[in-house]
Design a protein around this ligand. Sequence first.
Ligand code: ZN
Length: 112
Amino acid sequence: MSEHQGSCHCGQVRLTLRDEPTEAVECNCSICRRTGGLWHYSSPDAVVVEGQGISYQQGDRSLDLWHCQQCGCTTHWTATDSNYGRMAVNLRMFEPSVLRDLPRRLVDGASF
Ligand SMILES: [Zn+2]
């Protein structure tokens, strides 16, 4: 099984992804177009988050968007409903080689 290690710039928030991304999702919703995240959607079972970030909830408050309080990098999002079996990691927190050859997929989050 492939495993990828990522972290925010200062290293306070660390991500372990036990999954192989096949695409990098770019979303145009009001928050994603500002943070510039490239997302890999994943089962929460495949991601380990270490270190304490800060969450930001927008709109309907269905998601926590996490960032590092020290360096500000947006690291991942989780669903506020723990039964929702999906989260996402920001592929920009990983080595460039993880991201380099992945096709980009645009998601029209602004229209939801
Ligand atoms: Zn940081």
